[in-house]
Write a protein that binds this ligand. Structure first.
Ligand SMILES: [Zn+2]
Length: 171
């Protein structure tokens, strides 16, 4: 069995708000604020880089809609959509999650930072460093065709065979 605590939360199906083929959303059992939701890829992935391109749109769309839901249902003043990618970024679980954190004015959650003054020369240098490996990011990984489709074809060909047989039986 899985050793991932978050996979176990998914299996328990407690306080599930949405479940699709690829993504599940549930209330965080250890919330940062009231209504804290996590949206998870159903197939275990440790960091976002391991989540296939074809799963990410659903992950973000579900988070976006649940963000709207907490605005409407809980009367919150704002939300943070947050991914903690890696331990230095505050990641606490070995399963990638997109947090939807409801916010109230002066709720004391510390997710702010002081912006630094941008240095033109340094920004240009960093853009150059990133340029080469950024060239292929517009190529998205396609979802492998679903086994369901194969089955449908089999059923169709079975039906086809039956029809042919039936036709042959006719005088
Ligand atoms: Zn997991």
């Amino acid at each position: 069995m899985t050793e991932c605590e978050v996979c176990k939360w998914m299996e328990n199906k407690k306080n599930v708000l949405f479940e699709g083929d690829k993504v599940i959303a549930l209330l965080h059992p250890k919330p940062a604020s009231i209504g804290h939701i996590i949206v998870l890829p159903k197939k275990h992935a440790t960091i976002i880089e391991e989540v296939p391109d074809y799963v990410l749109p659903e992950l973000f769309s579900v988070a976006n809609k649940l963000s709207l839901t907490v605005f409407e249902s809980l009367g919150v003043h704002g939300t943070n959509l947050l991914i903690q990618n890696g331990i230095p970024a505050g990641q606490k679980h070995t399963h990638m999650m997109l947090h939807v954190i409801p916010r109230q004015q002066n709720d004391g959650l510390n997710l702010m930072w002081q912006p630094k003054q941008g240095d033109d020369e340094q920004l240009t240098k960093i853009a150059l460093q990133l340029e080469e490996n950024s060239k292929r990011i517009g190529i998205f990984e396609e979802e492998p065709s679903a086994p369901k489709e194969v089955k449908a074809t089999e059923e169709l060909s079975e039906e086809d065979a039956y029809l042919k047989k039936a036709l042959r039986r006719r005088p």
